[in-house]
Design a protein around this ligand. Structure first.
Ligand SMILES: Cc1cc2nc3c(=O)[nH]c(=O)nc-3n(C[C@H](O)[C@H](O)[C@H](O)COP(=O)(O)O)c2cc1C
Length: 360
C-alpha cells in the first residue's frame, strides 16, 4: 500500500481483464463525476496524437465500491479499467527472448516463469491508468486546500523549455507533446518523426510544480515529503531519476549560491530563491514544490538488438514489433501529476489531524 492516510494499491496486467486501484482513507462527501474522471484518463491515453503509440486503449472505467449517489462514502473505493484492444500473439513469440532493458528477464527469474508476460504484464505502462484514477480523487482533496499541481515536458532529447507558471497552465495540453513553449513544438515534432522513421525512441524530463502547499507537510525522519514522493514516482515504469529544486546541480554550487535567503512579503515568511524546491528537512516550507523526473526512452525499439534465447541458452537477436511510443515521457505527464497529487493528499490528511487536535 502506498501512503498512510490516503492509501492506494494498484493491480492488473496489461493483457489481463483489467487494471485497477484500491483507495482506502478517501474522505466521504467528495463529488465524483465520471465524465470528469474519463477526461483525466484521456490525457494519458495512447492514440491522442501521432507521437504516442496508436494502440486504442479505450479506458472504460467502472467504480465497484466506495461511491454512492455520485459522492464518495468514506469506505474503500475500488475502480477498475477494462483492457481492450489486446494483441498477445507477439509476446508468445518473444517469451524466451527478453527485450533488452524491459522487465521481461527479471520478471521471468523472479516469478519463476509464472508471470503474465503478455504486453509486459504488470510492468506495462498500462498500470499507470489507475494511477491517474487515484490522482483524480487526490486532486479533489487538494482542491479543498487550493493546492494545484502541474506537470509538463521540460525536455525531450536536446529540446528544453523554461516556461512561466502561466505558460505551463495555458499551453501544456494545447501542445500534443505537452511542451508548453509552443514556439518549439513544430521543430520537436519533426525530430520525433525522424526518431520514429529510424525505429527508435527518445527519453525526456517531466517537471512538476505544486502551488499553495501549507508549511508542515512531511513526517520526518522516515516519511519525509521528498522521500515519499520519490518512492511513489519510482512506481512509474521508466522513471530513472528524481530531483528536487536545484537537484543534481547542487553539486556545482557553493553554499552562498545554493541557500535560499528568507524575506517577508505581505506579512509572510518566504524565500527569495527556491533552490530547495519547496522542501526543507523533508517538510514543505510554503514555497512552490518543484521536482523533475527523468523518463528513459521506451526500450521496445524496432532496431535489431542483441539478446539471448533463455530456452536454448544461446545468444540471438531481436527486433521488437508491436506498437510502442516514440517518447513515453509525453504520456507520463498526467501520471507524474497524479502520483504527486496522491502523495500530497496523503500528507495533507495526516497534517490535518494534528492541526485539528492542536487547535481544539
Ligand atoms: C505511460 C507509459 C507507457 C509506456 N509504454 C511503453 C512502451 O510502449 N514500450 C516500452 O518498451 N516501454 C514502455 N513503458 C516503459 C516500461 O513499462 C518500463 O521501461 C519497463 O517496465 C521496465 O521498467 P524500468 O524502465 O522502470 O526499469 C511505458 C511507461 C510508461 C510510464
Amino acid at each position: 500500500m502506498l501512503g498512510k492516510s490516503f492509501q492506494t494499491s494498484f493491480f492488473g496486467e496489461s493483457h489481463g481483464r483489467c487494471v485497477g486501484v484500491l483507495i482506502e482513507g478517501c474522505p466521504p462527501g467528495i463529488k465524483v463525476d465520471l465524465e470528469e474522471l474519463n477526461k483525466e484518463l484521456e490525457k494519458r491515453r495512447p492514440g491522442g496524437s501521432i507521437y504516442v503509440s496508436p494502440r486504442r486503449e479505450e479506458d472504460r472505467v467502472e467504480i465497484l465500491s466506495g461511491v454512492f449517489n455520485e459522492f464518495t462514502t468514506g469506505s474503500p473505493i475500488v475502480v477498475i479499467i477494462y483492457n481492450k484492444d489486446v494483441i498477445s500473439f507477439y509476446y508468445e513469440k518473444i517469451k524466451n527472448t527478453p527485450r533488452p532493458s524491459h522487465a521481461d528477464f527479471v520478471a521471468r527469474i523472479k516469478y519463476y516463469g509464472y508471470n503474465d508476460y503478455r504486453g509486459g504484464g504488470i510492468f506495462s505502462g498500462r498500470i499507470t491508468a489507475p494511477m491517474v484514477v487515484a490522482g483524480y480523487f487526490a486532486k479533489k482533496i487538494l482542491k479543498r486546500f487550493d493546492v494545484e499541481v502541474y506537470s509538463y515536458i521540460k525536455r525531450i532529447g536536446k529540446f528544453e523549455c523554461n516556461p512561466s507558471i502561466e505558460e505551463i497552465k495555458k499551453n501544456t495540453y494545447k501542445s500534443p507533446i505537452r511542451f508548453p513553449d509552443l514556439s518549439k513544438v513544430e521543430e520537436i515534432e519533426n525530430y520525433l518523426k525522424e526518431i520514429m522513421r529510424e525505429g527508435d525512441t527518445i527519453g525526456g524530463i517531466v517537471e512538476t510544480i505544486a502551488l499553495n502547499l501549507p508549511i508542515g507537510l512531511g513526517e520526518p525522519p522516515i516519511d519525509t515529503l521528498d522521500g515519499d514522493l520519490a518512492k511513489a514516482l519510482f512506481m512509474i515504469p521508466a522513471v530513472k531519476g528524481v530531483e528536487f529544486g536545484a537537484g543534481f546541480n547542487f553539486s556545482v554550487m557553493k553554499g552562498s549560491e545554493a541557500n535560499d535567503p528568507y524575506i517577508i512579503k505581505d506579512g509572510k515568511v518566504l524565500t527569495l530563491t527556491n533552490n530547495s524546491g519547496g522542501i526543507l528537512g523533508g517538510i514543505s516550507n510554503g514555497m512552490p514544490l518543484i521536482h523533475r523526473v527523468v523518463i528513459k526512452p521506451a526500450s521496445s525499439i524496432r532496431k535489431k538488438q542483441r539478446t539471448v534465447d533463455l530456452e536454448k541458452m544461446k545468444e540471438t537477436e531481436i527486433v521488437v514489433e508491436g506498437r510502442h511510443d516514440p517518447c513515453i515521457a509525453i504520456r507520463a505527464v498526467p501520471v507524474v501529476e497524479s502520483v504527486t497529487s496522491i502523495i500530497i493528499a496523503d500528507h495533507l490528511l495526516r497534517w490535518l489531524s494534528w492541526k485539528e487536535l492542536l487547535e481544539k
